[in-house]
Design a protein around this ligand. Structure first.
Ligand code: 3PG
Length: 418
């Protein structure tokens, strides 16, 4: 079993910032209700509270927060004024919002900031440079980095959710300032590294949801890097593997896969199986027929539209989960928007929580099943704030944010060969 190479990253202890001016990159990119324009899930905002409080309250630093929301052209591409309000509420501290990123107003405010004060700059993606991905050396030369870096003593990156982007606010600053990972970044990297350590076997991945292309790519890398003992498939991914095994999933489901353009992935799924990948597929499904009747149908005899994994699959997968030392779950097992088809996902999460396994849940559908505070208390469960970053990490690919922090530490902190 392979252990992945994760670069050694500097932590807050390494830079030990006190009474300093700190630029803190956070990821508060949140889902927004298109009708009201309001944020509908605060998990990413809450997740940064520990880092901000430590810097401001314990270390008496002045902190400038830099973050993005959405992408240009998308409906959720907004300014960050409401993010500042919500952060203030969770922190119990004032967060002043500045309607500027790197212009004279922002720079004046940053210069005047006193210890214990917090500013949130506006959406960093309002600056076109931020949308271009390039190597850290190039990003360190952008206007964004050259204008802001001289105003700070340190750069701290707490944005695990954006760790897969090689953008200036992620990889440019570490080359100009002594830098460290924030507490959330530290927590995510530690939790996810645990999933890849030698001691963490048997290691079971439960992969479902609608992002089939992404999930297939993760599976290919998981298999290549030999990081899983078993991969339990659910959702559309499971259907794809059943078709690849030449199992009949019913006409209506095959048509659905075809409509979604997913049947073209069957040869890839077949190749993965031929490599001897430890892929498990469901033995039954919850289906719905044209009249709306819900049935539990055995694989090979499925007629209705597949909506969730079936009762026997839940039992089989739960038994396997109980044997695991680490469980990584991503994506729901069924169509969770309909309460009749939540059972599979909820029972698998429950099986993981009742086991002795260290459990990592990624993606909004799963993390919504267990409250953030409860997960923190339990200790053996980690709710990841990463979307794309979590996928890449699980797929064994390097994360630019971590690489840049490592380079920074070698330049400013460690000076020796680490
Ligand atoms: C995310 O939600 O995955 C991160 O905030 C990164 O956003 P992006 O996919 O728009 O770069």
């Amino acid at each position: 079993m392979t252990v992945l190479r994760i670069p050694k990253i500097p932590l807050l202890e390494d830079i030990d910032p006190r009474n300093a001016k700190v630029l803190l990159r956070i990821d508060i990119n949140s889902p927004i209700d298109h009708k009201t324009g309001r944020i509908i899930d605060n998990i990413r905002l809450r997740a940064h509270v520990d880092t901000i409080r430590e810097l401001v309250v314990e270390r008496n630093c002045s902190v400038v927060l830099i973050a993005h929301q959405g992408r240009p052209g998308d409906k959720d591409f907004t300014d960050l004024s409401q993010h500042a309000e919500i952060l203030s509420k969770y922190l119990g501290l004032d967060v002043e919002f500045v309607e500027d990123v790197m212009g004279p107003t922002a720079r004046e405010k940053i210069r005047g900031l006193k210890p214990g004060e917090i500013l949130l700059l506006d959406n960093v993606r309002f600056v076109s440079e931020e949308l271009i991905e390039a190597l850290p050396e190039k990003q360190a030369e952008t206007y964004l980095v050259r204008r802001l870096a001289p105003l700070f003593n340190y750069y701290v990156n707490d944005a695990f959710g954006t760790a897969h982007r090689s953008q200036p606010s992620i990889v440019g600053f570490p080359l100009r300032l002594p830098s460290a990972a924030g507490r959330l970044m530290e927590l995510e990297v530690k939790a996810l590294s645990k999933a890849f350590s030698e001691a963490a076997q048997p290691r079971i991945f439960v992969l479902g949801g609608g992002k089939v292309y992404d999930t297939l790519r993760i599976i290919e890398n998981i298999v290549k890097n030999k990081v899983a003992d078993r991969i339990l498939t659910t959702g559309l991914v499971a259907q794809l593997f059943l078709v690849a095994k030449a199992v009949n999933i019913g006409e209506v489901n095959k048509e659905f896969l075809e409509e979604k353009g997913l049947l073209s992935l069957v040869p890839r799924a077949r190749r993965i199986l031929l490599l001897g990948a430890p892929i498990e597929t469901p033995i039954d499904f919850k289906t719905v027929d044209r009249e709306g009747n819900v049935r539990n149908e055995t694989v090979g005899n499925v007629n209705g539209l597949i909506m969730d994994i079936g009762d026997n699959t839940i039992t089989m997968y739960s038994d396997l989960i109980r044997e695991a030392n680490v469980v990584v779950m991503r994506g729901p097992a069924g169509v969770m928007e309909d309460p009749r088809f939540r059972t599979g996902t909820e029972k698998l999460v429950k099986a993981a929580l009742l086991s002795n396994a260290f459990t990592i849940l990624g993606g909004g559908h799963l993390t919504a099943i267990i409250p953030w505070d409860e997960a923190k208390r339990k200790g053996n469960i980690h709710l990841s704030t990463g979307g794309g970053a979590l996928l890449l990490f699980l797929a064994g690919e390097p994360l630019p944010a971590l690489e840049a922090l490592h380079i920074s530490a070698r330049k400013f902190l460690w000076k020796t060969t680490n």
